[in-house]
Design a protein around this ligand. Structure first.
Ligand code: FAD
Length: 152
């Protein structure tokens, strides 16, 4: 099967946009990700899929904790920064939540402990147990066919 056709097909699945954050030895790291899903209510589990060449993979394996920050429609710039789509280095201010760095003013921040890790082809699936969360009102940033979209 052709790689481009597979990517095109997957791009037809409209998603929100998250930034995964973690801290290792006092340094905060972030990575944009849309491969995120809710898994279980009891216990409260979520899943993210991280490319095995992404630095975030090693960071999460080391820290054994991470946060999923669901971005609002006014946070496209942050998505671009944490996807490496902005050339210049940006100074980002993080909040601290349950001893995990989180993106300020996200629609949702979920503070998670790693519950399971699965190698899956060229990605690693991290199942996180949600320790705590906060939610605010607003419209999400969305992603469809490789482009950012706004709901309204
Ligand atoms: P790096 O390349 O080191 O970090 C990414 C960028 O974040 C760099 O530009 C870095 O300067 C910046 N950054 C990191 N920490 C900080 C900080 N503390 N302060 C300021 N800037 C910082 N990849 C996946 O594996 N899974 C996905 O689900 C996924 N979904 C994506 C969805 C979208 C909409 C987009 C645009 C990209 C997605 N990607 C996904 C690709 C992924 O975001 C990039 O490949 C990313 O660059 C990989 O990051 P890295 O961990 O290798 O770290």
């Amino acid at each position: 099967m052709d790689d481009l056709l597979f990517r095109k097909a997957m791009g037809k699945f409209a998603t929100g946009v998250t930034v995964i954050t973690t801290e290792v030895e006092g340094d905060v790291h972030g990575m944009t990700a849309n491969a995120f899903m809710s898994v279980s209510l009891d216990p409260k589990l979520i899943l993210i899929s991280v490319g095995n060449k992404a630095k975030m993979c090693e960071y999460i394996k080391k820290s054994q904790s991470f946060a999923v920050n669901i971005l609002g429609d006014d946070q496209r710039d942050l998505s671009m920064v944490f996807a490496g789509q902005v050339k210049e280095k940006k100074e980002i201010a993080f909040d601290q939540f349950e001893e995990t760095p989180v993106i300020k003013d996200s629609l949702v921040s979920l503070a998670c402990r790693v519950y399971h890790t699965y190698e899956a082809g060229d990605h690693v699936l991290f199942v996180g147990e949600v320790k705590n969360l906060h939610v605010k009102d607003g419209d999400p940033l969305t992603f469809f066919e490789g482009k950012y979209k706004q709901i309204s």
